[in-house]
Design a protein around this ligand. Structure first.
Ligand code: C5P
Length: 227
């Protein structure tokens, strides 16, 4: 069957990665979580003390970008690829609120974006890929055959992310999460380089009131028309 590129963009915590993983499994496509790549660079910057609450040594990060090697390795049990930072599995470490609080600052840096976009384009060059992020349909694959733009109210998104982190045992409050979601939306949408915007040809899906099954059915119907 004809393989296509599916771009899924949208605001923070809209469940983009859940949809992308489901689609990739169903279609036997590669799934690429580009947010995980920005998060892994953020983790590296935190580990090397280039960023904290008081400062961000952007030049240091840029100088050392070539020391950051990101790879994905498929985990059979999970059914998707996990991200490795310099050969270490960081799939869990990149999902903390601390990383979430710094990641949008890191993602504003054009040199970081250039490096990651190049790798994303390489990963998806043979099509048969579902990629989720903020700029996939606008910058990474502007010619993707199918583009979705996922939205939901900030309150719904914060509640979902809060439940997820609490389930994992993280000590967080709902208000902290809401603040993080709103602040990332703002930085991501207003940055100069590749801001989060809906591509003209993207199909918008508001999943505030959809169950996961309803959402998947709706999106999968659209995908089937394209194949
Ligand atoms: O998707 P996720 O919430 O894990 O992404 C984390 C952050 O990475 C986003 O808030 C955004 O700042 C950045 N990002 C980006 N471009 C992408 C994917 C993520 O700027 N394609």
């Amino acid at each position: 069957m004809n393989k296509i590129t599916i771009a899924i963009d949208g605001f923070s915590s809209t469940g983009k990665s859940t949809i992308a993983k489901q689609l990739a499994q169903k279609l036997h496509y590669i799934y690429v979580d580009t947010g995980a790549m920005y998060r892994a660079v953020t983790l590296y910057a935190m580990q090397h003390e280039y960023i904290n609450e008081c400062y961000f040594y952007k030049d240091k990060l840029i100088e050392n970008l070539n020391k950051i090697n990101l790879t994905f390795h498929f985990n059979d049990k999970l059914g998707f690829a996990e991200i490795f930072l310099n050969s270490v599995n960081v799939e869990n470490d990149i999902r903390t609120l601390e990383v979430s609080n710094f990641v949008s600052k890191i993602a504003e840096v054009p040199e970081v974006r250039k490096k990651l976009v190049e790798q994303q384009q390489e990963l998806g060059k043979n099509k048969g890929v579902v990629m989720d992020g903020r700029d996939i349909g606008t910058v990474v694959f502007p010619n993707a055959e199918l583009k979705f733009f996922i939205t939901a109210s900030a309150d719904k998104r914060a509640k979902r992310r809060f439940d997820e982190l609490i389930k994992k045992g993280d000590k967080v409050t709902y208000n902290e999460i809401l603040k993080n979601v709103e602040s990332r939306d703002h930085i991501d949408s207003t940055r100069e380089d590749s801001p989060l915007v809906k591509a003209d040809d993207a199909i918008e899906i508001d999943n505030s009131d959809l169950t996961l099954t309803e959402q998947f059915d709706k999106i999968y119907r659209i995908v089937q028309h394209k194949l």
